[in-house]
Design a binder for this molecule. Structure first.
Ligand SMILES: Cc1cc2nc3c(=O)[nH]c(=O)nc-3n(C[C@H](O)[C@H](O)[C@H](O)COP(=O)(O)O)c2cc1C
Length: 332
């Protein structure tokens, strides 16, 4: 499959990994890039620009293929604006293939010069967003591509609550830059559907957790295979930080606090990054909010990244051909 996305990044398959706090680290990132996709290193995993720089070096020891760095501009106690600035400078200095920006637009958060700086460094800019308005802005200020991230996605879907099915074609018809579809992308069928809706690539995150190279604890990977599409829910709507996470004990506690209009001070300790980091590592499925999307309903096995990407592309091509055959059969 050749699209503007494969051309833009010089990759084999138009499949990229989304930022994943605590999980998108060098091993997984390199495995995805080595398998022909665009791996993702998530800056927020690192306490300083120099630690991120070391992680970029480590990834480059594991792959000579392009990968991107996710920089999430969201309110955080741990990740200050100064640290965001450091992450951005390191990405430019190290000339990573691309930055996946999320949360707020780079030009508004770090200033318009940052877009020029990335362009001059040869770093492509991809903005993950959830509305046509934001996509138009990104295209106008010079982003190279946008990611249409629908409501199904794990993590923090925009509170417009628009599904991938609607958001992808709306954004495709509204901007000239290539569009990557995200939220519910998990197999060849969803990839084929995204292409039919006008996307030129897909982004997956939840699906990459259940791969052999992801460092999440095996118990959580197995849990994702076991769970279904109705096993996620939205939390933290009441504090304007909506998150889609796996239904578990901790998430029930958060929902209970929210239902009785508990204070933000009660919610924040339940949502601490430290809690999630530990749970992904020690496999405590109930101990933290675990960001995952509705796509878990379609995760059936734990496989290597190479097997996953090869299968998805093959299935997508077969699906597109089968649909055509089916429709022709129905007509004749
Ligand atoms: C475990 C996990 C952590 C995530 N962390 C981030 C993050 O730090 N920054 C970000 O922009 N998106 C984050 N996301 C969202 C993903 O990058 C992506 O947009 C979304 O998961 C795609 O939908 P899917 O879950 O259906 O694949 C995270 C998702 C998951 C599953």
């Amino acid at each position: 499959m050749k699209t503007r996305i494969t051309e833009l990044f010089g990759i084999q398959h138009p499949i990229m990994c989304g930022g994943m706090m605590w999980l998108a680290k060098p091993e997984l990132c390199a495995a995805i890039s080595n398998a022909g996709g665009l791996g993702n290193l998530t800056a927020g995993n690192y306490e300083s620009g120099s630690d991120l720089g070391k992680a970029i070096d480590k990834t480059r020891q594991l792959t000579n293929k392009p990968f991107c760095v996710n920089v999430t501009f969201m309110p955080s106690v741990r990740i200050t604006k100064a640290l965001h600035e450091e992450y951005f400078q390191v990405c430019c200095e190290q000339k990573v293939a691309a930055i996946e920006v999320s949360g707020a637009p780079l030009d508004k958060y770090l200033g318009p010069d940052s877009v020029r700086q990335a362009n001059e460094a040869g770093v492509k800019l991809i903005h993950k967003l959830g509305s046509v308005k934001h996509a138009r802005h990104a295209a106008e200020v010079g982003y190279d591509a946008v990611i249409a991230a629908g409501f199904e996605e794990g993590g923090h879907p925009l509170d417009d609550d628009v599904t991938t099915m609607i958001l992808t074609p709306r954004i495709c018809e509204s901007v000239n830059v290539p569009v990557i579809s995200a939220g519910g992308m998990v197999d060849g069928r969803s990839m084929a559907a995204a292409m039919v809706l006008g996307a030129e690539g897909i982004m997956m995150a939840s699906r990459f957790i259940a791969t052999t190279e992801c460092l999440a604890h095996p118990r959580i990977k197995e849990e994702l295979v076991r769970r279904q599409e109705n096993d996620t829910t939205l939390i933290c709507k009441t504090i304007d930080l909506q998150m889609r996470a796996l239904r578990n004990e901790l998430v029930s506690n958060v929902l209970e606090v929210e239902a009785r209009h508990g204070s933000i001070e009660e919610i924040i300790p339940l949502m601490s990054g430290e809690r999630s980091q530990k749970a992904w590592e020690n496999g405590d499925v109930d101990g933290a909010p675990l960001a995952v999307g509705q796509s878990i309903g379609l995760i059936k096995e734990i496989v290597s990244c190479r097997e996953l990407l090869d299968t998805i592309v093959r299935e997508a091509e077969e699906t597109l051909a089968n649909v055509q055959r089916r429709l022709q059969g129905a007509v004749s």
